[in-house]
Write a protein that binds this ligand. Structure first.
Ligand SMILES: Cc1cc2nc3c(=O)[nH]c(=O)nc-3n(C[C@H](O)[C@H](O)[C@H](O)COP(=O)(O)OP(=O)(O)OC[C@H]3O[C@@H](n4cnc5c(N)ncnc54)[C@H](O)[C@@H]3O)c2cc1C
Length: 319
């Protein structure tokens, strides 16, 4: 097979023409992920507004370029071989508040940091997002995965999103249309499918007024609980979803896998659903630990756990 280099140069030229130095080639992704692993993106484009995000996916779609949206990189495991195609690093962070009857409505660009937004809400006396203090990542990532903690999740405050759809462009999607479940949405279900995905541009959330001291106390209690139960260090947070009637961490612990280590990757001694990179772990070592945990739990308890984290890029086991 011969590579049509003219085509690649043409794609590069179109992105460089529109985005200048925001477009780069062969950029290591590890530093953009919470697990601090992963090889290079073939192409990386950093966007700073919802308009740029829309322009970027539109251009990718028009040029037939495979794309992946990277938010905080806290719910993905990027392969050591990296990601073929275009990675769009979402740094569209504008957040605006307005009155809507007795409530306050917030419109956030999808690259806004969720935890910072939660802090902003608390300081303004807006209740509902206290659970998100300490949850890394962006609003877009949280919308896709229906992130949540302490009995609440995104579906509680989300009203609607603006979404870009391949071949259709921009439209509004209501929270009902997102068909939310536990760490699940219609958008999350598109993961792993080899077709262009929809992209969250902005999200609209509604909040009720509450006393700042009450909200601060609630957030502090959540933070203390998180500190006491979760390990520090580089990880993807919970690796598996909790299966019905079980906790994934409990099953992995009961299978005797706490502390299991491959290279610099370890199943945490503190919380068995956290897989820690002690510094030099490879994505392959973490994936091997994941496979081991999945098989041992299935053999011991007959439970097949689903990954909460998405495997991204080109993996050895696929070739
Ligand atoms: C220490 C730690 C603690 C955590 N605690 C929690 C917790 O308590 N609760 C919880 O739910 N999660 C938790 N997580 C997981 C993670 O923080 C959340 O899932 C987070 O919402 C992911 O957001 P992100 O921006 O990092 O997404 P990424 O990891 O960047 O992306 C995840 C997926 O969403 C897609 N995506 C991202 N942005 C967009 C967009 N704008 N449009 C379309 N698709 C998009 C990506 O393409 C990818 O498929 C934790 C993670 C860590 C490391």
């Amino acid at each position: 097979m011969t590579l049509d280099l003219g085509y690649y140069h043409d794609v590069d030229a179109r992105f460089i023409d529109r985005f200048g130095p925001q477009f780069q080639r062969n950029v290591p992704l590890a530093k953009y992920t919470s697990a601090r692993v992963g090889g290079p993106a073939n192409m990386l484009l950093t966007v700073h507004s919802a308009e740029e995000l829309e322009a970027a996916v539109t251009l990718a779609y028009e040029t037939g370029t495979r794309y992946f949206i990277l938010g905080g990189g806290s719910n993905i495991l990027v392969a050591d071989q990296g990601v073929d195609g275009l990675v769009i690093l979402n740094r569209a962070r504008k957040v605006q508040f307005r009155h809507a009857g007795a409530s306050i409505v917030c419109t956030a660009e999808s690259g806004a940091n969720l935890s910072s937004m939660a802090r902003q809400c608390i300081s303004k006396g807006l209740g509902g997002l206290e659970w998100a203090i300490g949850v890394p990542g962006t609003v877009g990532g949280a919308v896709v995965g229906n992130s949540g903690a302490h009995g609440s999740d995104m579906s509680d405050n989300l009203v609607a999103i603006t979404i870009w759809e391949p071949g259709r462009g921009k439209r509004t999607m209501t929270v009902e249309e997102l068909n939310y479940g536990y760490r699940d949405s219609i958008l999350k279900r598109e993961q792993g499918k080899h077709r262009p995905r929809r992209v969250v541009l902005t999200a609209e959330l509604r909040f009720d007024l509450e006393q700042t001291q009450v909200l601060t106390a609630r957030a502090d209690a959540f933070t203390a609980k998180r500190k006491q139960s979760q390990p520090g260090g580089a990880s993807t947070g919970s690796m598996f979803k909790n299966p019905e009637n079980y906790y994934a961490g409990y099953l992995i612990e009961a299978a005797g896998l706490k502390g299991l280590r491959f290279g610099d990757a370890e199943i945490s001694e503190k919380h068995a659903n956290f897989f820690i990179n002690h510094g030099q772990a490879t994505a392959e070592e973490i994936r091997a630990l994941v496979a081991e945990a999945w098989h041992v739990v299935r053999d011991r308890f007959g439970v097949e756990m689903d990954l909460e984290v998405e495997l991204v890029g080109t993996w050895d086991f696929e070739s």
